[in-house]
Structure formats: structure tokens, C-alpha cells
Design a protein around this ligand. Structure first.
Ligand code: GLA
Length: 467
């Protein structure tokens, strides 16, 4: 009897360890913009309006948790990574409070964490507001450990008063001074302990200019921000200056005009200082209202910086960064491409070829499916003004769901790109199924203007399988 138990225990242990080993065997090998990212729990990463900070050779990502049903504050998550491709969930760094300004039916956005050099504490700053965006201020929370839990302290004070503004960001200068950035271009200097503001370093320089982000190269400061179009993407732009107090020179767009910043909104610029080069990583959000939890994605792109000019001239679908050298690279995977006309794809419903060559349908419940053998699968599609939501599921050969995600195919700037890429899986046979949900992104902004798609289209350009 005793031996039977021991035998069962060893069997279960071996099986569980094997699954664990398989799951982590082939992680992501690049940064993929505009496709959902799965974390170490196989859940979709929820960290929007984010920032990254490096601490003890580990990269920590902080961002907004979202829900698909309401815009109310759902907390801020913390993830950790050692390669910037694979993220492990660490903590609900700041949870919704039982009552008060970050309690029920409130808004909390754009968390940014910095380590205060004077106290060694971690300080998180955020935009706090009411659900109708009429009670805004910059709030802060502190923690002894980077992963938290963070203790919400309320408003950040300047001259005894809260800073009653909305979109915010942070910047830590090379001398350790901390700054709060505010829409319009305001910059506030933090006290040595990072828990109050001591100076209004730069006054507003333009109207709008939301989602402020700032970085420095050599002696030039670059200040990035967006136009004011709610969750809709727009052509973001930037200013430069030799001093944080200006004068600031408007430089214009950093992504090609009308690409709407490759369909994203700035949130942060993260710098990888390597032995050969410095990589400047533009971090943006591709919002997807109302399915912000399931379908909003991240657009992280390498940014070229020369003199006072910055640019993201083309959208990199999968790119790498060597954290030791700071050099940016590209994957040349040995993928098998499967055209949307392949007989291997089983289309169910009313799929037809559109003018761009994609196979599309807008009928709820229509689907396409493919069986494949390999270690990874991706599908590329066409996003448009008439795009809707699609559900993507990967089943193993026993029919169990391994990965499930909702993909948003709505974009004002039409693009053809990877919409879904699975994490690496043990080499085996799987099924991918994509189903038209028959719904699409739509919302109204603070001024009750309507935004969003006019259709429910899902379109497939091709698939690629990694052997
Ligand atoms: C802008 C802001 C976001 C959020 C939305 C709400 O996009 O940058 O942080 O406040 O508006 O509409």
C-alpha cells in the first residue's frame, strides 16, 4: 500500500514537472506588437499605460489592470522579466481600495514606478479620477519592495494643493531627480523623498499632448505625447529641449503621418544601455474599448534617435534586443507560411476574399480552423475601419484549450500584420480556431463624441507555423 502511494506520487510529480518544463521550453523569442501576450500563467498580460523599471538586473513592468465590462479602477499589476519578451506575473501591486479615491467606481490610470535614491523606497504615481473624469489629481503610493504591496497615500501635493490634472508620466534624470509630467507639457520636480512636488519646472507648451513620456539622450530631452482622441489612436508628436524648463522646440511626428503612431498611444520610453549601443524602446498602447482586458495590446518598437530627431519609420513585427550590448535585431525564423487559400484551412460560414486579398467574414459564429504540427503558430490579418472582434483558441489534440484570446481587427489606419502569435509549445499536433464574434469596439468620450468600428469584419491573410 505504502509503495503504491509512493509510486502514484512519483508518477504525478514526474507528469507535473514535465508539463512545467514543456510550458517554459520555448518561450517568446522576440517582442511582438499588436498581438496578445501570454504571461507565465498563460493569462493575457494586463499592464496598460505602463512603465518599466530595472532593479537588480530584473525588468519590472507596471500597468493598468482592465476589465471588459467597465472602466472602473481594477488595480495595477506588476510583472517581471529578464529578457523583455517573457513576463511573469508578480503581484497585484496596488489593488482597488475598499472606499475612497481609488475605491469603487473610480478611475486609476498610467501607473509609473521610480525608486527614490534618497530613501530607497519605491514610489508609484498615477492619475486618479472619477468615472466621468471630473475629479482628477496625481496620486502616489509607496512600497519597500518593488513588487509591493503599494500603500496608496492620496494626492501628491505642490504648495499644499493637489495637482488637479489628468494624463501623467514620470521621468528620472541622470542625477537621480524625479519629475512628474502632465498633459500639455507641464513638468514638476519632486522633493528629494519623492513624496511631494517642490517646483513647477515647465509650464504647459501646447494644448492636448496627453500620455506624456520623456527621455534623454546625451544632453537633449525628448518629450512625447498624443493628441486628445480618447481611446482612439492618433499621430503622436514630440518636442526637444536642452533643459527641462525649455525652451521646447516642436519637432513633429515620430511615426509616419496617418499611421496613427502605428495604431498606438505613447506611454513610456524605456532605455537599454548596452556595451555597444543604447536601445530606445517606444512603449505604446493599442486600446480596444470595451474589451480592454481581452483585446487591448501593446506596441513596443525600437526608436531611432539621431541628434534632435526620433523616428519609428516602419512597424517591426517581431524584433529582438540584446540586453548586454543594447543592439536591436530581427528574428529570421524558419516558418512555414500557409496562404489563406490553402486547403488545409477549414472555413465555416460566409468567408470570401476582400479587395486586399484577405479571406473575410462579418457573420457572428463564422470560423476558420487549421490542424498543425509544430511549436508555434501565428495568424496575420487585415485591420480596418469595419473590423470587429475575433476569438482565437488553440486546442491540443485531446481537445483541451491551451490558449484563448480575443483579437481586435478595428483600426482607423488599415494595417496587415500579425494579430495572434502563440507562445512556444512542445512540438505536437494542435488546432487553431478563429471565430467571428459579431461585435466591435465602440465608445463615447468625455464630450460624448462617438468612436469605433462600423462593422464586425475578421480577415485572414495567412498563417505561419514554426516547426
Ligand atoms: C486618453 C488617455 C487615457 C484615458 C482615455 C479615456 O486616451 O490618455 O489614459 O484617460 O483618454 O478616454
Amino acid at each position: 500500500m505504502k509503495y503504491t502511494f509512493l509510486f502514484i506520487f512519483i508518477l504525478v510529480f514526474t507528469f507535473v514537472s514535465k508539463i512545467q518544463a514543456q510550458k517554459t521550453q520555448r518561450p517568446y523569442r522576440a517582442i511582438y506588437s499588436g498581438a496578445p501576450w501570454f504571461d507565465n500563467r498563460d493569462s493575457i498580460l494586463s499592464a496598460h499605460g505602463a512603465n518599466i523599471i530595472k532593479d537588480d538586473d530584473v525588468y519590472y513592468l507596471f500597468g493598468e489592470v482592465h476589465s471588459d465590462t467597465s472602466n472602473a479602477f481594477a488595480g495595477f499589476n506588476c510583472y517581471a522579466s529578464t529578457d523583455l519578451y517573457n513576463w511573469a506575473f508578480k503581484s497585484a501591486a496596488l489593488r482597488p481600495q475598499k472606499t475612497g479615491k481609488l475605491g469603487p467606481n473610480r478611475v486609476g490610470e498610467r501607473p509609473k514606478v521610480m525608486r527614490c535614491p534618497a530613501t530607497g523606497k519605491y514610489v508609484m504615481y498615477m492619475h486618479v479620477d472619477s468615472l466621468n473624469y471630473k475629479d482628477q489629481f496625481v496620486g502616489y503610493a509607496t512600497a519597500d519592495k518593488i513588487t509591493g504591496p503599494y500603500d496608496f497615500k492620496g494626492p501628491l501635493f505642490f504648495g499644499g494643493k493637489p495637482i488637479r490634472k489628468w494624463d501623467m508620466g514620470t521621468f528620472q534624470d541622470t542625477d537621480g531627480s524625479g519629475y512628474i509630467l502632465i498633459h500639455g507639457g507641464h513638468i514638476y520636480k519632486l522633493s528629494d523623498d519623492y513624496t511631494s512636488v517642490v517646483a513647477h519646472v515647465n509650464k504647459s507648451m501646447t494644448s492636448g499632448f496627453e500620455s506624456p513620456a520623456l527621455f534623454k539622450k546625451d544632453s537633449i530631452y525628448f518629450f512625447l505625447g498624443s493628441n486628445l482622441t480618447s481611446w482612439e489612436k492618433n499621430d503622436n508628436y514630440y518636442f526637444t529641449a536642452k533643459s527641462l524648463s525649455g525652451p521646447w522646440t516642436k519637432q513633429g511626428l515620430f511615426a509616419p503621418k496617418n499611421t496613427l503612431t502605428w495604431n498606438s498611444q505613447t506611454t513610456f520610453v524605456f532605455q537599454v544601455n548596452g556595451s555597444e549601443d543604447t536601445a530606445f524602446i517606444y512603449m505604446g498602447d493599442r486600446w480596444s474599448y470595451p474589451k480592454q482586458a481581452s483585446a487591448a495590446t501593446y506596441v513596443w518598437q525600437p526608436m531611432a534617435v539621431h541628434g534632435t530627431k526620433i523616428s519609428i519609420p516602419e512597424l517591426q513585427q517581431g524584433w529582438t534586443v540584446n540586453l548586454r550590448t543594447g543592439q536591436v535585431g530581427h528574428l529570421s525564423p524558419n516558418n512555414q507560411r500557409i496562404s489563406n487559400q490553402s486547403r488545409r484551412i477549414l472555413y465555416k460560414g460566409n468567408w470570401h476574399q476582400d479587395t486586399t486579398g484577405g479571406m473575410c467574414s462579418d457573420q457572428q459564429g463564422d470560423s476558420f480552423q487549421i490542424q498543425f504540427t509544430g511549436t508555434r503558430i501565428a495568424w496575420s490579418g487585415h485591420s480596418s475601419r469595419k473590423g470587429g472582434y475575433a476569438k482565437t483558441v488553440i486546442h491540443d489534440k485531446n481537445g483541451s484549450i491551451l490558449y484563448s484570446a480575443i483579437i481586435d481587427l478595428y483600426c482607423l489606419y488599415p494595417d496587415k500584420a500579425i494579430k495572434f502569435i502563440s507562445p512556444g509549445m512542445p512540438k505536437d499536433t494542435y488546432h487553431l480556431t478563429v471565430t467571428v464574434l459579431g461585435v466591435h469596439p465602440s465608445w463615447s468620450d468625455k464630450r460624448r463624441s462617438d468612436y469605433g468600428s462600423t462593422g464586425n469584419f475578421v480577415s485572414l491573410d495567412d498563417l505561419s507555423v514554426t516547426p
